[in-house]
Design a protein around this ligand. Structure first.
Ligand code: UDP
Length: 249
């Protein structure tokens, strides 16, 4: 798949449908590879934190999450096809996972939430096999690894929030018995009905970040990274005349 570099991160330039098809094939290899969905906030953190940058850039698939990344791609003159948010990607994958009789393991969110998410997923996608689940506030990492290895899921949804999930997947890359790990932030909360995705109106206007800010004003500090990121794109475009970041994959 073609990749496009945006401010130091090499994104897949793909639609959600194409991404889901590619990831089904990647999962079938069963090599415990991993997917990062990187928004502007993660990209800004990578700019400052080389360990996180290493964990993100080592991913086998980096999806452009968030309106900020798509905006930056336009500012830089190499527009990405579309925003590929983790939750949307999971929604595109789950019917295919069910159809292919593959399995999913849910790791993350508070106690009892993954159970609710599993119930709602299996209702929504009949035939889906949930091979196991665990909340994301564990202290004994070894026990979790043993549990995942025993279940050997095709997909491992890692919803520990960022940057925890990126570090976790990087540390476990190639080491677990699983097909593909996917860092999915707060998606288990959304599947469980504990958190709500923004209404379509906000998503269509690229204002999901604003909706999340209204619901959780405590996110303001984190969200200040978004304008910084956009300014960095403008700076790169004007002062470095940066245009050449397209890689044929
Ligand atoms: N979480 C977790 N373990 C932790 C910290 C957080 O499982 O040690 C979960 C948390 O319960 C929530 C998700 O990670 O379900 C983070 O959600 P958020 O919306 O903040 O994700 P992001 O904005 O990073 O996508």
């Amino acid at each position: 798949m073609p990749k496009t570099e945006i401010l130091g991160i090499l994104y897949e330039n793909t639609t959600i449908g194409e991404a889901a098809r590619g990831l089904m094939a990647l999962a079938a290899l069963h090599e415990a590879r991993y997917v990062v969905t990187a928004n502007a906030e993660i990209a800004e953190s990578c700019h400052k934190d080389s360990a996180l940058s290493e964990a993100v850039s080592s991913a086998d698939f980096i999806a452009p999450d968030g309106a900020g990344v798509v905006l930056a791609s336009r500012i830089l003159g190499r527009p990405l096809k579309e925003r590929v948010a983790g939750y949307d990607l999971a929604c595109a994958l789950l019917p295919q996972i069910a159809e292919a009789k593959m399995s999913v393991y849910l790791l993350g969110a508070g106690e009892g939430v993954a159970e609710k998410a599993a119930r709602s997923m299996t209702e929504r996608y009949p035939g889906l096999v949930v091979a196991g689940l665990h909340h994301g506030f564990f202290t004994d990492g070894t026990a979790i690894e043993a549990e995942i290895n025993a279940a050997a899921p095709d997909f491992l949804f890692v919803a520990l929030g960022s940057p925890k999930q990126e570090f976790w997947m990087h540390a476990h890359r190639g080491k677990l018995r699983c097909g593909l790990m996917m860092g999915l932030g707060g998606s288990i909360d959304v599947f469980a009905g504990v958190a709500k995705r923004a209404p379509d109106f906000f998503i269509r206007l690229n204002l999901e970040w604003f909706y999340r800010l209204l619901r959780q004003p405590s996110r303001l500090g984190r969200m200040m990274k978004l304008p910084k990121y956009v300014l960095r794109a403008i700076w790169a475009r004007i002062f470095h005349n940066e245009r050449n970041g397209i890689h044929e994959g």
